[in-house]
Design a protein around this ligand. Structure first.
Ligand SMILES: [Zn+2]
Length: 617
């Protein structure tokens, strides 16, 4: 039985019950015990083989009956020992019904329905080689689907675990830990150190290292004692790291952890870049649409899938509010959403003071997102990203901002452009061809004189573009507010979803969306998304996106994966979806899984696909 508890891209926390009374949470290390590899009594899971006693230490899942023939560190460690036999003999008792499958250096075309665990025995030879490792693991994940576990028995060095979990590896082995110990290395999350030197420097206080300081060892037994100590240390650090990785996944922070961990070896950084730049689709399709934070601390942050997806939607789905005809470019603020920062509050007052604030389209120029229209400031990650701000811009950031701005200006067909940004002169060359352009470089965007200059520049631009037709209902400001949320809805659900909104209103502390007098949705500020009502669901149903079709049953609080008949491809965990039964709207709610994961509908797969908010009565 497998149940995914937390999803963070390809990394996930799964509760796995390979057999009765055996329950394990992944990512985890399956620690090998054999004649030459002492049993690690703190292990969460042991793989036993010949020479080792059959022990269930403290309720630890033991994945063997102890009768197999093979053990030991593989020669050269580049390939796991006799992998077929390992599965047959060591995991045999669990593998009889075909729940384990060994895959070779080429990912299989298809994985049989019964398989829970795919054993990738060739990973060790690919470590250090991003151009092989990353395509292999992403292709393997595509073939295996999301709901199976990938087990790499020859990978498990503490400094590799976070990245490999982010690449989709769920289960690790302890062979590399034993191999490093034999070679005299202590492994840490930031790399490896010769054991003797690390000991002299007093680098570690793990239980193994603490115990060693009290031990008296017979000099004749020293080499073996050193190996056992180094192995026990390596085991403890690897175990600790799997717990750190699980915690990071459950907190939606695996990417932040990975960006920190990959610094120890260039090939780890290169693998992350390879993944971001050439295998974006595989990661993005499982990446939640909203999270509580995004901390950008490295060059790699510019390319993380959450950022790339936001930029893709600005390019492909976003359309400016029709009334917003004058583009006003603004700096970002440390506080998010921007409108809560003192600088943006001061700027907003200066905009409100102009003759026609409803004509002004405020757009923030920033890193790592590039271009953020203020009408999207509540959408993740615009609503919470954090980045080191020094006013210095790197070449990749400049390129990214220029490209985003160029497209915005071309697509937006603005009647006028005003830039109110200091220290970003590189944007001027994108703007210089615009027929009505005013570049202001405030000393301090909150300074009174600068703000007054802004208001008069806006007034000048409003006059220059001439009279604007006003033929809609209600005040221009009220109409513009509706347009802003229509743009937001379109960004969330794609083109056509602007039909959800003709005006918005505040009541009971919530912003509500209306169309033709009916409430279609409510803005959920915490998630940064529109939650649909049944009336809103009818509109989204007509778009053909974000649809989950279920079998013919009456859904209650949740729709489970087994009840899903089909789901559209663009659904991501956390997305707002409509649930359809026999062609009719049956409910609206929040997707727990991505659309592709729902479509796997594998036997024995547990868990909710959609948590319903409203359902048809
Ligand atoms: Zn230690």
């Amino acid at each position: 039985m497998l149940e995914v508890g937390f999803r963070d891209g390809l990394a996930k926390v799964v509760t796995w019950e390979p057999q009765a009374k055996l329950r394990l949470r992944t990512p985890a290390v399956l620690f090998l015990a054999s004649g030459r590899i002492p049993l690690f009594s703190e292990a969460e899971a042991l793989v036993l083989s010949k020479g080792a006693p059959l022990v269930e230490a403290g309720g630890v899942p033991v994945l063997s009956d102890g009768e197999s023939e093979q053990s030991d560190i593989p020669e050269g460690s580049s390939c796991p020992f006799y992998l077929e036999e390992f599965v047959k003999d060591t995991l045999g008792p669990l593998g009889k019904d075909g729940r384990f499958m060994v895959v070779g250096p080429r990912p299989p075309e298809k994985v049989p329905d019964t398989v829970d665990v795919v054993i990738a025995g060739n990973i060790a030879g690919m470590l250090g080689d991003p151009k092989r490792l990353v395509p292999y693991l992403t292709a393997l994940r595509r073939a295996a689907g999301y709901s199976r576990l990938i087990y790499a028995p020859n990978a498990g060095e503490p400094s590799h675990i976070a990245l490999l979990a982010y690449l989709g590896v769920d289960l690790f082995g302890s062979i590399p830990l034993a191999f490093a110990a034999r070679q005299g290395y202590l492994l840490f999350t930031d790399g490896k150190y010769p054991a003797a030197e690390a000991w002299k420097a007093g680098l570690c206080h793990c239980p193994a290292c603490t115990a060693r300081s009290k031990e008296k060892v017979d000099p004749a037994a020293q080499p073996e004692a050193d190996y056992k100590w180094a192995l026990l240390h390596n085991n403890h650090i690897a175990l600790q790291e799997t717990k750190t990785v699980r915690h990071a996944i459950s907190m939606s922070g695996i990417r932040e952890l990975v960006e920190a961990r990959v610094r120890s070896e260039p090939w780890l950084v290169a693998s992350l870049r390879e993944l971001d730049l050439r295998h974006y689709d595989t990661v993005e399709r499982y990446m939640p649409i909203t999270k509580p934070f995004l901390i950008a601390t490295s060059r790699e942050s510019l390319h993380r899938p959450e950022v790339a997806r936001f930029q893709w939607r600005v390019r492909e789905w976003y359309a400016r509010p029709p009334t917003a005809r004058i583009l006003l470019l603004l700096p970002c603020s440390a506080r998010k959403p921007y409108s809560r920062s003192p600088t943006h509050r001061a700027i907003s007052m200066a905009v409100e003071a102009c003759k026609a604030p409803h004509l002004i389209h405020k757009v923030v120029v920033t890193s790592p997102l590039g271009i953020v229209p203020m009408d999207l400031e509540q959408f993740y990650p615009a609503n919470c990203y954090d980045i080191a701000v020094t006013g210095d811009w790197d070449t990749p950031e400049i390129k990214m901002i220029k490209e985003g701005l160029d497209l915005l200006v071309k697509k937006g067909q603005y009647d006028g452009v005003i830039a109110y940004i200091g220290g970003m002169t590189f944007i001027n060359e994108i703007l210089e061809d615009h027929k009505r352009l005013k570049i202001l470089t405030p000393q301090d965007p909150r300074r009174k004189e600068d703000l007054e200059t802004l208001t008069s520049a806006l007034d000048g631009m409003i006059e220059a573009i001439g009279p604007v037709e006003n033929n809609g209902k209600g005040s221009p400001d009220r109409r513009r507010r509706g347009e802003d949320y229509a743009a937001f809805a379109r960004f969330q659900f794609g083109p056509g979803a602007e039909a959800l909104v003709d005006h918005v209103a505040f009541s009971n502390g919530h912003l509500k969306l209306f169309k033709d007098g009916k409430q279609t949705g409510t803005l959920n500020e915490e998630r940064g998304m529109v939650g649909l009502t049944m009336d809103g669901g009818q509109i989204i149903k007509g778009l053909g996106r974000y649809q989950v079709e279920i079998e013919d049953f009456e859904p209650s609080g949740s729709v489970f994966a087994v009840g899903v008949k089909s789901a559209t491809e663009e659904i991501r965990p956390g997305d707002e979806v409509v649930v359809i039964r026999k062609g009719d709207l049956a409910g609206v709610g929040v997707a727990v899984m991505s659309g592709p994961e729902m479509m796997e509908r594998r036997k024995g797969l547990r868990g909710a696909a959609v948590e319903l908010r409203h359902r048809h009565k």
